[in-house]
Write a protein that binds this ligand. Structure first.
Ligand code: PSU
Ligand code: MN
Length: 302
C-alpha cells in the first residue's frame, strides 16, 4: 500500500471533485529562509483558495506522504533541520526509513500523480546547470516532466542555469514548454531570458486543453508552463546578471557540489541582492499559484 495521507481539506476536495493545485515543499525547506518560507507557503495556499481551488502542499513526514499540510506541520517543517531533499531517486528510501523529506518538483509530481492531482504550481524548476558538459549536473525535474502527467506552472528557469541547454533537454525529452502570454521565455526573477519560448498560450483554458489532449493521444509526461513574473516585481536581467555571475564563480571555486548547488546559489543571490531576490521570488510564486488555480479549474470544468 502506498503510504499516502490526505489532509481533511484535500480529502473533501477530492470527494467533491473540486479543483486541486499541488505545491512542493523543497521551496520551503531549501529554497527560502525561515520565517519567510512558512509565511509564503501560507500566502500561496490562501491565494489558491481565493482563486477557487484547493491547495495541497506535499511533503514526506515520518515515512508518510502527506497531501496537504496543516498549519502546525507546515510550521514545524519550515524550521526543521535534517530534512531530506527528495527527488525521484530518494523518495522510496525516505519512506522506507520512516524519515522526513521535502519534495522537489520531480518528487512532488510523482506524489501529485499518485494522489490524482494534475496541476502543480511552484517558483522555479531545476534544469541543466552551467558547465553540465563537465559536471553532468542535470536536474531530475526535466526527466520527470517527460514521464509524469502533471502540468507544472513555474516562472521559467533561473539564469543560474544554462537556459539554452535546459530547453534542448526538454525538447529531446518531449516536454512542451509553454510560455503564458508572451513570446519570450521568462527567467524567474526577470520577465525575459532573451530566448524565444518554444510554445505560447494565452489562456488557462488552452493550457488545460493541451493537458487533456496529451492524455487523449496517449502521450506520457506533463507540461511545463512558464509564467512571467509581474512587471512591478521583476529584477531586470541586466541588474541580476552580475550577482548571478558572482555566485556561480563561488560554486566554480568549489564552494559546494551536487544537491547543495541550487540552495547555495539561492542563498547567495538573497545576500547579494539585499533580499530583493526573495521579494521577487515570493511575488512570482503567488502569481503562479493564481494561474495554477485557473488551470485546475479549467480542467475540472472540462
Ligand atoms: N528553484 C528555485 N527554488 C527551489 C528549487 C529550484 O527557485 O526551491 C528547488 C525545487 O524543488 C527544484 C529543485 O525541484 O530545487 C531542483 O534541485 P536540483 O537542481 O538539485 O534537481
Ligand atoms: Mn543536480
Amino acid at each position: 500500500m502506498i503510504p499516502l495521507q490526505f489532509s481533511p481539506e484535500v480529502a473533501e476536495a477530492r470527494a467533491a471533485g473540486r479543483p486541486i493545485v499541488a505545491l512542493e515543499s523543497t521551496i520551503i525547506t531549501h529554497g527560502m529562509p525561515w520565517p519567510q518560507n512558512v509565511e509564503t507557503a501560507r500566502l500561496v495556499e490562501q491565494t489558491i483558495r481565493d482563486a477557487g481551488a484547493v491547495p495541497a502542499t506535499i511533503a514526506v513526514m515520518g515515512g508518510i506522504v502527506h497531501i496537504g499540510l496543516d498549519a502546525a506541520t507546515l510550521n514545524a517543517l519550515g524550521q526543521a533541520r535534517d530534512v531530506m531533499k527528495l527527488s525521484r531517486a530518494d523518495l522510496a528510501v525516505c519512506l522506507a526509513l520512516g524519515r522526513t523529506g521535502a519534495t522537489t518538483v520531480a518528487a512532488t509530481m510523482i506524489c501529485a500523480h499518485l494522489a490524482g492531482i494534475s496541476v502543480f504550481a511552484t517558483g522555479g524548476i531545476g534544469g541543466v546547470h552551467r558547465g553540465a558538459e563537465l559536471s553532468f549536473d542535470i536536474s531530475a525535474d526535466l526527466m520527470e516532466l517527460a514521464q509524469t502527467p502533471v502540468t507544472v506552472v513555474c516562472a521559467g528557469a533561473k539564469a543560474i542555469l544554462d537556459l539554452p541547454k535546459t530547453l534542448e533537454v526538454l525538447e529531446t525529452q518531449g516536454v512542451p514548454v509553454i510560455t503564458y502570454g508572451q513570446d519570450d521565455l521568462p527567467a524567474f526573477w526577470s520577465r525575459s531570458s532573451g530566448l524565444r519560448s518554444p510554445l505560447r498560450m494565452d489562456s488557462a483554458a488552452q493550457i488545460a486543453a493541451s493537458h487533456r489532449m496529451r492524455a487523449t493521444l496517449g502521450l506520457p509526461g506533463g507540461q511545463l508552463v512558464a509564467n512571467p513574473i509581474p512587471l512591478v516585481d521583476e529584477i531586470p536581467r541586466d541588474q541580476i546578471t552580475p550577482f548571478i555571475e558572482e555566485a556561480l564563480a563561488e560554486v566554480a571555486r568549489g564552494a559546494v557540489a551536487a544537491k547543495a548547488v541550487t540552495p547555495f546559489l539561492l542563498q547567495r543571490l538573497f545576500e547579494l541582492t539585499d533580499g530583493r531576490s526573495l521579494t521577487a521570488n515570493i511575488a512570482l510564486v503567488l502569481n503562479n499559484a493564481r494561474l495554477g488555480a485557473e488551470i485546475a479549474r479549467a480542467l475540472t470544468a472540462g
